[in-house]
Design a protein around this ligand. Structure first.
Ligand code: PRX
Length: 648
């Protein structure tokens, strides 16, 4: 019965409305042509798109060269990303950024303004003696200055690595040291939920723990709150700007030069520095903004992602600006001062395209299901989601209440590693079904493969989600760790396919349903976290002996973290709710709030195999309230399961 019921729910489908179809960038015919041209000659397909969408300083000679897993794209081509985002849109009287701060100050920045601001800051960075290839850490909230910093790095050929400003000093220090950054750019502070977050203090802590490569810290006076100013390292943003307007010629970059490194969690404790290059990344960002978000120059696109995530890179900064549209950025909490903040911003600013995460949709739905009724959201014409599967209930609410039953919803599947959307509906063409990201985009060859390497063709049978052919915005590796790159993404199927780490199935209509991860990665509120990373932060506490982290289903966050912890013998008196609370904050300090476990339970031991391996599968069953499945005969101490089940 349960299955039949859910099947019925899933078969609700939605066709794009005629008004949308009439104006959409891609039509049924155009989409068919794109798929056909890729099938006929993939190189010709990508070459044509690259010439149509990017302004090249020098044309490329080859399209895709090299062999798995080390592909190269558009070799010998020369270009500059900031030139593609700025120079080609100036003198057109066009708006680039609408910035809304948490305390509701609004700032509008035209493409001309942004061009001059980026040139001036680029000049200042150059004066600091930075040269092409140097790494720069950006530890800032989503403000115009963060975007100026990113585009200035791109203009000079500096490799930026944006670190989400909610990360702790330790996470920041790890990232700085991994990429050996010379400069860190930050703010004095920023506001979240009405409180001041002292970003500069976190930077100071990170630097005091040891970051030998850092020469300077550039501080933008965002709130003008008091900071500790270290005159050996710190410099103020406004004080290094030249008093007269400077113009900096864009650095001539090769297609394969690195544009940025972005750290993401993997299944081991150490985050991976995902590397993206100039031309390939730019191309997929642009075309997906046009195809999936149907972006046009008169759109006001609000992607709510923070610039610290890949979504902020591709759908706040690079993609939309290189497409010449207007972006809205909101630097604040979604529920501040009240839970209708998003709807208020959409109404006031006439947002046309809105892209957010299922966790935000679920939170706002829970807190004010009918609140959107009070707002005029008619400016919206397209909605998107990303980061985790969206449950049909939230999808339908989003469709009815936010989209007025009128806007297509694009559920976009992709990863930090893929650089841009890979599986997503084409809004003027695809019939959408709540809960599926539908079909691969043109040029993206997706497969579902069994563990023994066979392609699964039978409908609804799950397997490993892989990408079978290279694509321009694919990651080029992990910074400083070639072996890990090969092992994580290519080894499983002997270099034949890129392994996403997700499992998926295809239904009878070819719609792809993401089923979850196949590795030790959890997805909390759309953020990827390695369970190992959280475990190692817990065991670094003096009282803790062992920890095992698993996830369970959570109504709002999608998945939440449950940590099973044992304490050292002389600290067993601390198996208390108070100490559990202390530990949650310990993890917050070590990694950041997003990693704070929802639940912590203490026990005398953890279930282990006789060889000493923690059986996370059993802990998962317990955390999820399921019956213990599979064989438990290899357990060293079966009684421990009873103790753990009694705790919950
Ligand atoms: O498991 C998939 C999930 O998020 C992972 C990628 O995380 P990250 O690199 O942080 O990038 C998030 C933003 C692109 C994927 O491996 N994921 C992403 N989008 C979806 C999704 N799961 C289901 N549906 C999606 N639309």
């Amino acid at each position: 019965m349960k299955n039949i019921e859910s099947k019925l729910k899933e078969s609700r489908s939605y066709k794009p409305n005629n008004t949308f179809v009439a104006q959409s960038n891609l039509t049924v015919n155009l989409l068919e042509q794109l798929h056909k041209s890729y099938k006929n000659d993939s190189d010709a397909f990508w070459g044509k798109l690259a010439r149509q969408n990017i302004d090249w300083i020098k044309d490329f000679k080859t399209i895709c060269s090299g062999e798995a897993p080390f592909y190269k794209w558009f070799e010998e081509g020369k270009l500059n990303v900031s030139e593609n985002c700025l120079d080609r849109y100036i003198n057109k009287n066009k708006l680039a950024i609408i910035h809304i701060s948490e305390d509701d100050k609004k700032k509008s920045i035209s493409y001309d303004d942004l061009y001059y601001l980026v040139n001036n800051f680029s000049y200042a960075l150059k004066q600091q003696g930075l040269i092409k290839g140097d790494r720069v850490i950006i530890y800032m909230p989503t403000t115009p200055e963060a975007i100026i910093a990113m585009l200035s790095c791109a203009r000079l050929g500096l490799i930026h690595s944006v670190v989400f400003a909610g990360f702790s000093s330790e996470s920041l220090q790890n990232r700085i040291n991994d990429c050996k950054a010379k400069i860190i750019i930050t703010v004095d502070g920023f506001k979240r939920n009405g409180k001041i977050i002292k970003a500069k203090e976190t930077v100071d802590q990170a630097l005091s723990m040891g970051c030998p490569s850092i020469r300077n810290c550039i501080v933008f006076k965002n709130l003008k709150n008091k900071i500790e100013f270290n005159k050996n390292i710190d410099i103020y943003w406004d004080e290094i700007l030249s008093s007269k307007q400077q113009i900096v010629k864009p650095e001539i970059m090769s297609s394969e030069d690195l544009l940025f490194i972005l750290y993401t969690s993997g299944s081991t404790g150490k985050p991976k520095g995902i590397m993206h290059t100039t031309a390939g990344y730019l191309l997929n960002s642009i075309i997906t903004n046009k195809w999936v978000f149907d972006l046009k120059e008169n759109d006001i696109f609000w992607c709510t992602a923070d610039i610290g995530w890949i979504t902020g890179h591709s759908y706040v900064v690079y993609g939309p600006l290189a497409t010449g549209s207007t972006i809205l950025i909101y630097d604040g909490a979604p529920t501040y001062p009240d839970v209708d903040r998003f709807w208020d911003i959409i109404e006031k600013n006439k947002v046309t395209v809105f892209y957010t995460a299922p966790t935000a949709i679920r939170t706002l739905m829970k807190l004010g299901e009918n609140l959107p009724d009070k707002y005029n959201l008619e400016s919206l014409r397209l909605l998107g989601t990303v980061g985790e599967p969206i449950n049909p209930k939230a999808w339908v609410w989003y469709h009815n209440k936010i989209g007025n039953s009128n806007c297509p919803i694009v559920d976009t599947w992709w990863q930090t590693e893929t650089g841009a959307n890979m599986i997503a509906p084409i809004p003027g063409v695809t019939k959408t079904v709540p809960g599926t990201c539908t079909h691969p985009l043109p040029g993206i060859d997706i497969g579902i493969i069994s563990d023994d390497g066979r392609e699964i063709t039978k409908a609804n049978q799950g397997g490993n989600l892989v990408i079978k052919k290279p694509w321009p915005s694919m990651l080029r590796g992990i910074w400083g760790d070639e072996t890990r790159y090969q092992k994580t993404y290519w080894k499983k199927f002997k270099n034949k396919y890129y392994v996403t780490g997700d499992t998926a199935r295809k239904d009878e209509d070819g719609n792809i349903w993401i089923m979850g991860r196949s590795d030790d990665v959890v997805n909390v509120s759309g953020h990827r976290l390695g369970t190992m990373e959280i475990e190692s932060s817990i065991v670094s506490h003096e009282y803790v002996a062992e920890a095992a982290v698993v996830s369970y289903k959570h109504e709002v966050k999608g998945e939440a973290i449950h940590a099973f912890v044992t304490l050292k013998n002389n600290y067993i008196d601390y198996m208390t709710p108070e100490f559990a609370e202390d530990l949650r904050y310990w993890v917050k300090d070590k990694i950041g709030s997003i990693a704070k476990p929802e639940r912590i339970s203490f026990s005398n031991a953890l279930p282990k195999t006789r060889s000493g391996k923690i059986m996370r599968r059993l802990l998962r069953n317990i955390a999820r309230g399921e019956n213990i499945s599979g064989d438990t005969s290899t357990l060293e101490n079966e009684n421990i399961l009873k103790q753990l089940q009694n705790i919950l």
